[in-house]
Design a protein around this ligand. Sequence first.
Ligand code: AMP
Ligand code: MN
Length: 268
Amino acid sequence: MHSCHSDGILSGAELIALAAQRNVECLSITDHDAISVYADILDNPPEQLQIIVGCEFSSVWGATTVHIVGLNLDLNSSVLKEAMQIQNSARIMRSESIAANLEKRGFAGALEGAKTIAGQASIGRPHFARFLIDNGHAKDHKQAFKKYLGAGKIGDVKAQWQPIEQICRWIADAGGVAVLAHPLKYKLTQTKLKCLVQDFKQAGGQAIEVISGFQPTDKTRIISKLADEFDLYASVGSDFHQPGQPWADLGMIPDLPKQCRPVWDLWL
Ligand code: AMP
Ligand code: MN
């Protein structure tokens, strides 16, 4: 799930309160290229909820942007701190390019606008979406992506993300487990997806997100087969950003298929 330290709405404390209300036993907040939420919550850890420190790293595989979740990271790791700085710089540079493209299109003040909306959070396209909506250029988030920010549109700027090998190395060096996030979101052919999973495994990846949000069982079957074939642990992600999202909700994830080995078996 995501907090207001990236493109989610809730604070760490609010996420934890909602999770506790829903009887969640174990969770990880995986902000995009940021771990700052943990500074807020680990001083005051909840009693009946295990928190696994995590982060969703943006990465690149060939020409495809992919997301790799690092779970069970050591917050004191110097490698992790350095990795966050590198990721953050890439995000800032990308936001400048996105803004330049939007400004050329006549949307003045895009950079300042998105930065103000992001505040202390790790800046991303959803903040530009908010800027476009607030200024009457798009009617909602979905339209902002469809017209300006989604794949192939002017705001879909390729950032200088690190390759999957580097991300997996950072995660391992920080004591964590690398998980390939939402494999079906990259819209790869079956053959290419298999290549990605193979390369990910080769890079030291240990787990794959078998379930992402309210996912139909036929999709779950495709990914659990890949987990089996490449001997990967299975993870589940809500991709929760805010209450009321149609595609996901906190603590409402379907169960993993029986043959999967849950990634949390590694540390529970
Ligand atoms: P970024 O990390 O800046 O590339 O933004 C990625 C986030 O934007 C994702 O986690 C989604 O929340 C959102 N997003 C990406 N693509 C779309 C899309 N086509 N429609 C709506 N939201 C999207
Ligand atoms: Mn993602």
